[in-house]
Design a protein around this ligand. Structure first.
Ligand SMILES: Cc1cc2nc3c(=O)[nH]c(=O)nc-3n(C[C@H](O)[C@H](O)[C@H](O)COP(=O)(O)OP(=O)(O)OC[C@H]3O[C@@H](n4cnc5c(N)ncnc54)[C@H](O)[C@@H]3O)c2cc1C
Length: 392
């Protein structure tokens, strides 16, 4: 793979909207990605292996629990810092960002928000340091966009529960130490349950043959009469709103992360277009190529503004789920379109692993599907503005 020469576009001087601390945190993450992710990520993706060697580095840049308080091992940062870290990681690879998003927003967040003090002390510091890796089990084979229909269930058995069911498409599942699993009780009420590796009847087979997010491990969570102490149930919140609140946090991170992938594709195409000579001049001098680049930077700038404003609203506790949906949907869409255009600008070279664009392009096919599909987010906006439910 070519050396990582990334230079971040900032067409509207958006750095002026950031604090010195934001810039310091972002630049540290950017430097780490250049040094520790870019040199190894192409091979990891080709081999379809999550590079576990980067786990300590992810922890060191605050990617595991950026906004979790320091008393629990988190970085104690604000929402914009969280977004910037996700942007920089996804600039390197969406699969690596997925690992960090799951750990932070889908595992640490629910334990922090809905867990007991004992659960927080047991799990959060180890998740923050990367000693423990977590996964989040909501999706099932027959319930993806409609998680409320889930059939994974537990029965009360005195001081413990017995869990049965299966979750599919679970990031980090093959190596997770703990899974936050959403399951129904005997009254059909959804609860979060902490399922730990080693519990009898709990297995995590890997899903192979992915053409997307190849550097992120995906698998199943299977529960066959798993005996779990009641102290592993998250008591703070039940009902579908509990997992959906975690998705809000993860989708916010995706809205920022997708900008990173888009920036990398744009920057690569811009540099290539200035160096590639055809018909006696750089292809950057042809109007058709300039149109592509001009549209890319316009969309990136709009996405940056959307993400920044959402960060401010989220920090103030004012961001609605529908606003987060809009940003996730828009920013992933612009990223996937930019990846496609950038790929074309590199001609045949664009399909090789010498450049990052094709990997981003394939990765974004998952990003546009997980954490609510592109269509589901549109329906969320539709419901929000009309008051009419078009889901069912
Ligand atoms: C790589 C990867 C990693 C993932 N990681 C996780 C994870 O860590 N944890 C987890 O719980 N899940 C995870 N997921 C699952 C992901 O969230 C689901 O794939 C997603 O929610 C869609 O569910 P589905 O695949 O079952 O598609 P379906 O729900 O079957 O949807 C199929 C199509 O139908 C459309 N559709 C569905 N309902 C409607 C409707 N009412 N109106 C109009 N169109 C509709 C959808 O938009 C989609 O286009 C992951 C998925 C992938 C691909």
């Amino acid at each position: 793979m070519k050396p990582d020469l990334f230079e971040a576009p900032d067409y509207y001087n958006l750095d002026d909207l950031l604090t010195e601390e934001h810039i310091m945190i972002r630049d540290a993450a950017r430097a780490w990605v250049k040094r520790d992710v870019s040199p190894i990520i192409e091979q990891a993706a080709q081999e379809a292996k999550f590079p576990k060697s980067i786990i300590p580095g992810l922890a060191s840049i605050g990617a595991f629990g950026p906004y979790i308080p320091e008393e629990y091992g988190g970085a104690g940062l604000d929402q914009i810092s969280y977004g910037l870290i996700m942007q920089e990681i996804e600039r390197g690879d969406s699969g690596v960002r997925s690992t960090a998003s799951v750990q932070s927003s889908l595992v640490m967040y629910p334990i922090w928000k809905y867990g007991t003090e004992e659960q927080k002390k047991k799990f959060l510091p180890k998740l923050a340091s990367g000693e423990f890796m977590g996964s989040f089990g909501l999706t099932e084979p027959d319930h993806g966009s409609n998680p409320g229909g889930m059939v994974t269930r537990f029965k009360d058995a005195g001081d413990h529960i017995i869990l049965n069911g299966a979750k599919l498409w679970i990031s980090n599942s093959p190596f997770c130490d703990v899974a936050v699993v959403w399951a129904k009780d005997e009254n059909d009420r959804i609860h979060g349950v902490l399922v730990e590796r080693g519990m009898e009847g709990f297995t995590t087979p890997e899903t192979h043959n992915k053409w997307s997010l190849r550097a992120s491990a995906t698998g199943e969570l299977i529960f066959q009469d798993v005996k779990i102490p009641k102290s592993n149930i998250l008591p703070g919140r039940s009902g579908l709103g509990a997992p959906l609140s975690c998705l809000d946090s993860a989708r916010f991170g995706i809205a920022w992360g997708a900008i990173g992938a888009a920036m990398d594709c744009y920057d690569t195409a811009l540099r290539y277009s200035k160096e590639r000579i055809q018909f006696g001049k750089p292809i950057a001098g042809f109007q058709l190529q300039q149109k592509k680049l001009a549209e890319m930077i316009t969309e990136i700038t709009k996405a940056q503004l959307l993400a920044w404003r959402l960060g401010v609203l989220r920090e103030q506790g004012k961001a609605t789920s529908a606003q987060i949906s809009m940003a996730k949907r828009n920013n992933v869409e612009i990223a996937i379109n930019i990846a496609r255009e950038a790929r074309q600008m590199l001609g045949g070279m664009g399909i090789t692993g010498e450049y990052s664009i094709m990997r981003h392009s394939m990765n974004l096919e998952s990003v546009i599907t997980y954490e609510g599909t592109h269509d589901i987010h549109l329906l969320i906006t539709g419901l929000d503005i009309t008051g009419e439910n078009a889901f069912s």
